[in-house]
Design a binder for this molecule. Structure first.
Ligand code: FES
Length: 351
């Protein structure tokens, strides 16, 4: 981590993008940290004396003076909702690094680029689109930007995207709105995006496209399966769950678990507690004020990595595929607290 990947970020400006989505423009005292378009930042926010850690995708460019985060209100979203309602100009957030393998620099693209997103999954691909258009790269023949939203009023960055599509011939825009919209607009398809419609967008460039997708897991799995079946070169398909762009609410509810209890011991904090089978490790740590950084709560950022010294847990995500743990680390006992179901008596050390 370089020096300016931590420190305090000051809120300089904020603006609503839709009724429940707000952009925050943040200043770093030593300049915008270097990042790759598509990556996310980890921030710490103190609310009523408790510090929460969250990851949010960056939608601005590394060359911009301010970092733009666009955050959506979510039911139970402690940090997102607090930021939308209470973070005022001049107030500060703590930066805890930048990360993310879903980015346009580490995943080289072919001459046609297809950026697909749903809801707040638009934020990392917006950064990619802004970056690609800023390059004036003659090698790029087309950039297709396909975004799914509930309706027209919920399309984030709508005006800016329309402006970009008017400015750049190679920037092709399409919106899919699952609920009917008020206006008739040639850019808006009053339908859900499905594989047939995606194939229509890609009919002239299927074999020389690179696809970057950020959306709900089920939708991404469907697209991935269909592309594999269509013999798409999968090293040009990149995806990230939009869990990194939308806060995952805390889920602790001990009374909801049934069956036997297990003992959890955290060696560094002399902590011991009996918890119901199936409890998520992160929930029990946070419930008992054990300080653990957990930015995405979705098995994507690896900020909650810790080590199970004895006993077994069950990982709820494919950490190897997500690039958050290696096979060797898993064999050594490392795990992600946010994605570990407790199924045994365990002793844990924090990293
Ligand atoms: S909080 Fe991000 S991987 Fe656990």
């Amino acid at each position: 981590m370089t020096n300016n990947e931590n420190g305090l970020l000051t809120l300089v400006e904020s603006a609503f993008e839709t009724t429940d989505t707000k952009s925050f423009f943040l200043h770093h005292p030593t300049g915008t940290p270097d990042f790759k378009p598509g990556q996310f930042i980890n921030i710490g926010v103190t609310i009523d004396g408790t510090t929460y850690y969250r990851a949010y995708s960056i939608s601005s460019l590394p060359s911009d003076k301010l970092i733009q985060l666009t955050i959506k209100r979510v039911p139970g979203g402690t940090v997102s909702n607090w930021m939308i309602d209470h973070l005022n100009i001049g107030e500060q957030l703590r930066l805890h690094g930048i990360a993310g393998t879903f980015n346009i620099i580490d995943s080289p693209y072919r001459e046609n680029i297809v950026l697909i997103s749903a809801g707040c999954g638009i934020t990392p691909v917006m950064s990619m689109a802004r970056h690609l258009l800023s390059l004036s790269d003659e090698r790029i023949k087309s950039i297709q930007f396909i975004h799914c939203a509930r309706d027209e009023d919920n399309i984030i960055y709508f005006k800016e995207l329309c402006k970009l599509s008017n400015e750049y011939n190679k920037f092709k825009l399409a919106f899919y709105c699952s609920r009917s919209t008020k206006k008739s607009d040639s850019l808006i398809h009053k339908d859900r995006l499905n594989m047939d419609s995606l194939m229509i967008h890609m009919k002239d460039c299927f074999n020389d496209s690179s696809i970057y997708l950020c959306g709900p897991d089920e939708f991404m799995d469907m697209v991935k399966t269909e592309l594999e079946a269509s013999s798409f070169e999968m090293n040009h398909f990149h995806m990230e769950s939009f869990a990194i762009s939308c806060e995952i609410p805390e889920t602790y509810n001990a009374s909801g678990h049934e069956g036997k209890n297990h003992k959890v011991s955290v060696l560094d904090f002399a902590f011991e507690k009996e918890v119901p089978d199936g409890t998520i490790l992160l929930d029990i740590l946070q419930e008992n004020s054990i300080p653990v950084v957990a930015a995405c709560r979705a098995g994507i950022c690896s900020s909650c990595k810790c080590k199970v010294e004895t006993g077994k847990i069950e990982l709820t995500v494919d950490a190897i595929a997500n690039g958050t743990l290696t096979l060797e680390e898993i064999e050594e006992g490392y795990t992600l607290a946010c994605s570990s179901r407790i199924i045994d008596d365990i002793t844990v050390t924090l990293k």
